[in-house]
Design a protein around this ligand. Structure first.
Ligand code: HEC
Length: 151
């Protein structure tokens, strides 16, 4: 009888301890950013940021808006495409390299024309095909002689 009660108490105690131990691992330590390792959530955040930081109004049309905003994130937050493909890249009072609050030159955004010695950056705004510089990937694949990459 006493033995049964002891076993029951120990079993309950172990269960409570197990819940506490598991719980310790579930709660992220305070003072550190919690990385949820959730790629879907991370992508949602990038899409939100991309929509917010686009320096020009984005034409969505029949495209998938999430894909457009994700592209904006890649171009504006990660790729730094504006730095070379907009000439000049910043407004006269928006150059972060001389301590001004950053403001992209929206009027010429990604219009190309910055020179690097003999090479000039291309206009990478969508053309009549809706893509930069024509059907770029197809041209690369076909070895089109009009392709304007590094030669
Ligand atoms: C360090 C400067 C620099 C950065 C940053 C840069 N580019 Fe370029 N890009 C160039 C130059 C210069 C050319 C022209 C090369 C040539 O004509 O040989 C070019 C060409 C291109 C072309 C045209 C290729 C073709 O075949 O016509 C595309 C598209 C392009 N860049 C897209 C991008 C994108 C997208 C980003 C951002 C992810 C980016 N570039 C960032 C300098 C840059």
């Amino acid at each position: 009888m006493l033995k049964g009660k002891l076993v029951k108490t120990l079993t309950t105690g172990s269960a409570v301890a197990a819940v506490l131990v598991v719980g310790m691992f579930l709660v992220p330590p305070k003072g550190r950013a919690a990385n949820d390792n959730n790629p879907t959530q991370d992508e949602k955040l990038k899409i939100e940021i991309g929509a917010r930081i686009a320096p020009v109004p984005l034409t969505i049309g029949r495209k998938d808006s999430s894909t457009v905003y994700l592209g904006s994130y890649l171009v504006n937050a990660v790729g730094g495409c504006n730095d070379c493909h907009t000439n000049p890249p910043f407004t006269p009072t928006g150059n972060p390299y001389v301590g001004q609050p950053k403001a992209f030159n929206a009027a010429k955004y990604l219009g190309g024309g910055a020179t690097f010695g003999p090479i000039t950056s291309r206009n990478i705004t969508p053309d009549a095909t809706g893509k930069p510089c024509g059907a770029l990937l197809l041209r690369f694949r076909a070895g089109d002689p009009n392709r304007k990459g590094f030669r």
